[in-house]
Design a protein around this ligand. Structure first.
Ligand code: AQP
Length: 350
């Protein structure tokens, strides 16, 4: 049965990239799919162990989910640390995954930088915890931004190796289903989760540099639109966004080699639910001095209600905590079943 899982780290500055690459898609999927949306607080420790206010940041991501329209009654909204199964399964996956798989990850290379010996072991093992997040619920679909594609491939590698190595036991215990893996058919326990990376804004770029991803950790606040920015700030950031001097092209092919223009058109398309081609039919031939104010109006229209709702939700932290606790209880019930199966497959008592 299809099941959607995704998560966001509570590391501050939730931005337009997180919204278009992830949250907006969560909201769309909840109408047709069963969904689990997690605030992945354990992942936040890989970036920095001592966090300014992790609990508050966690509530902020939960508030963004709720303000964007995710229904926590119909779906599960919770924080990762409240369900111990994530860490337990991650440990088992640490023993399934190979070190070489982890050191090849672009995100590890970028975030560890040159001084790899001093990066936390958690940063290296991050994809193993991410695989556990998804597979603990045997989720089949994962809406994420383009930057997470490689981690999703690794999740599939972990599931494949587990299914392959334990195929006989999985079959003997009646726990799996036949799955085609390469040329073979094995009895698989874990599904091979599919990333859902579609649409015109799977990789929103910095407003200051079209070659860099819009990111929470960019030191320049002008590089991103935060979900909590007020109307004037959103308009100012779009006004100051880097562009080239030419007018907009009339079709998407004309965006090649123009990363800043491509980015702004992609943002407009994603916010309006239209294609880039459609946007360029409307704005082709017009200068950025006309396009930017239209984009600012659209961004304010879409984001201001979410910011307002986030403030309202955040004014009652006890209610957020109750929502997260209720979600965690429902998540734990599902997680416990998977862990019991996995322990039985491995031969772990208890
Ligand atoms: N620029 C982006 N465009 C589209 N999607 C994006 N996502 C992040 N940045 C963009 C997607 O948002 C979801 C949550 O991201 P995360 O918080 O789990 O981790 P991240 O990718 O590390 O986020 P940041 O903002 O880029 O943080 P830093 O600065 O720490 O690297 C994911 O689905 C992600 O793809």
């Amino acid at each position: 049965k299809p099941l959607v899982f995704s998560g966001i780290q509570p590391t501050g500055n939730l931005h337009l990239g997180n919204y278009l690459g992830a949250i907006q898609k969560f909201v769309a999927l909840q109408d047709t799919q069963d969904c689990i949306f997690c605030v992945v607080d354990l992942h936040a420790l890989t970036a920095q162990l001592v966090q300014e206010d992790l609990a508050q940041q966690t509530r902020e991501i939960a508030a963004a989910y709720l303000a964007a329209g995710i229904d926590p009654k119909r779906h599960i909204v919770f924080n990762q640390a409240a369900v111990p199964g994530h860490s337990e399964l991650a440990w088992i996956f640490n023993c399934v995954a190979r070190i070489g798989w982890m050191t090849r990850m672009t995100q590890f290379k970028d975030k560890a930088g040159k001084d790899r010996e001093n990066a936390s072991l958690g940063l290296l093992a991050y994809p193993s915890l991410m695989a556990a997040d998804i597979l603990l619920y045997r989720a089949t679909h994962v809406p994420v931004g383009d930057d997470q594609k490689q981690h999703l491939e690794l999740t599939r590698d972990i599931a494949t190796k587990f299914n392959h190595d334990f195929s006989a036991r999985i079959e003997a215990k009646g726990l799996g289903v036949p799955m085609a893996m390469g040329d073979e058919t094995v009895n698989g326990y874990f599904p091979l989760a599919e990333p859902l990376i579609e649409g015109p804004a799977t990789r929103v770029m910095s407003l200051k540099d079209g070659s860099k991803k819009m990111s929470k950790s960019d030191p320049s606040d002008l590089s991103r639109i935060n979900l909590t920015d007020d109307d004037e700030t959103i308009a100012k950031k779009i006004r100051k966004a880097k562009t080239d001097p030419d007018a907009l092209p009339s079709e998407p092919a004309g965006l090649a080699g123009r990363p800043e223009a491509d980015n702004l058109v992609g943002i407009y398309a994603a916010l309006s639910g239209r294609s880039k081609a459609d946007i360029l039919t409307e704005f082709g031939g017009r200068p950025f001095s006309e396009f930017k104010p239209a984009l600012a109006d659209l961004a304010v229209d879409k984001l201001a209600p979410i910011a307002g709702d986030m403030r309202r939700v955040l004014s009652d932290p006890a209610e957020i905590d109750r929502t997260l606790k209720d979600g965690a209880e429902r998540a734990r019930a599902l997680a416990d079943r998977t862990l019991a199966d996995v322990k039985s497959i491995l031969g772990l008592l208890g």
